[in-house]
Design a protein around this ligand. Structure first.
Ligand code: HPA
Ligand code: ZN
Length: 335
């Protein structure tokens, strides 16, 4: 089963580039930028990665991102993740980035987007991994701040496919960002958002009804409301589920109690993703493999999850079909 997962062609649809920052690279970049980080070894960093909730994690995540200064830093971070994609047969990835995490510290928007997008172009050429970018607004900041970010992004519109909404969910409902999402959609960005990770099913309703999102990041708490589940299915909206993130942040107490299979059985379109792999103990293949083991998923289940990852990606129909054909051949030869 492990080999089946490793070679399964797949797409990753929920991934924060700042959350791919492995301790080794963090040390290297901190050193070259003459920045002190409050850890003296990789072991100490790893020991600090014990979280009780989303906020615990976010505090450490923002601190780690603070060592990224130059375009080269953003390039190295992104290219390093894309190499991991290539080695795990992730054929396509949709990378979220949080401009405000950097612009708030005085880093220019252009430094962030240029570093990330150059790495994506190089990875497409050299590694054969395709990617699209999702610019995510930080929901603990004001809507006005999000508007500033939208303005800054317009010059780089051709490099950005979608917008997202992340950071502290509780107390920051989707409705807080109604106007900036409307304005972003007018500019041609596809609306996506985190919803129902720690927030209730009401937040998921708001995300689909008020923000009009096309894909739900996490969505676990949608299961609290049967009518919501029906509506998500009726609108053909997929959920980007992140098993190891859910246990690391105690959204789910144990992988054996993870709702992924329940979601699939209810008819929801589910995908498997790593979220912040450097912080949550595993890349995408580990997420596939561990959830397979915990829930006794079959090869057919894994095939469905991978199929959803391409079908609900933001690629055009022709690109989707090419990847789906590749997956089909793989499944026929390996089940
Ligand atoms: O899982 C997450 N949830 C909310 N915000 C985030 N920012 C990075 N990862 C996450
Ligand atoms: Zn996330």
């Amino acid at each position: 089963m492990k080999v089946f997962v490793e070679n399964l062609p797949k797409a990753e649809l929920h991934l924060h580039i700042e959350g791919t920052f492995e301790p080794e690279l963090m040390f290297k970049i901190a050193q070259r930028n003459n920045i002190n980080i409050p850890y003296s070894s990789v072991k100490e960093i790893e020991a600090a990665y014990k979280f009780n909730c989303l906020q615990d994690f976010l505090n450490i995540y923002f601190e780690g991102a603070g060592v990224l200064i130059t375009e080269q830093d953003f390039y190295d971070l992104t290219y390093s993740y894309l190499q991991k994609c290539a080695s795990q047969n992730v054929r396509h990835t949709e990378i979220m980035f949080d401009p405000q995490t950097h612009t708030e510290r005085g880093i220019k928007f252009e430094t962030v987007i240029n570093g990330i997008s150059k790495a994506c172009e190089d990875a497409e050429d050299k590694l054969g991994v395709s990617s699209l970018l999702i610019m995510s607004y930080l929901r603990h900041l004001s809507e006005e701040e999000a508007f500033k970010t939208l303005q800054q992004s317009l010059k780089y519109k051709n490099k950005i496919t979608a917008i997202g909404l992340d950071s502290s969910e509780k107390g920051n409902p989707p409705s807080k960002f109604k106007s900036v999402f409307e304005a972003s959609v007018k500019e041609g960005y596809i609306p996506l958002a985190h919803a129902g990770e720690e927030g209730s099913s009401d937040y998921v309703w708001e995300a689909i009804d008020i923000l009009g999102i096309k894909r739900i990041d996490h969505g676990n708490n949608a299961l609290q409301d049967e009518n919501l589940v029906k509506e998500i299915i009726a609108r053909d909206i997929a959920l980007t589920v992140c098993p190891l993130s859910n246990t690391a942040l105690q959204v789910v107490d144990n992988l054996k109690n993870h709702p992924l299979k329940k979601m699939m059985n209810a008819g929801l379109k589910v995908t498997v993703n790593s979220d912040d792999p450097a912080y949550f103990g595993g890349q995408i293949n580990k997420n596939y493999f561990e959830i397979q083991q915990a829930l006794n998923l079959t090869k057919y289940d894994l095939y469905q999850l991978a199929k959803n990852s391409f079908k609900y990606s933001l690629l055009n129909d022709l690109q989707k079909q090419q990847y789906l054909n590749e997956l089909e051949v793989y499944y026929l030869n390996n089940n």
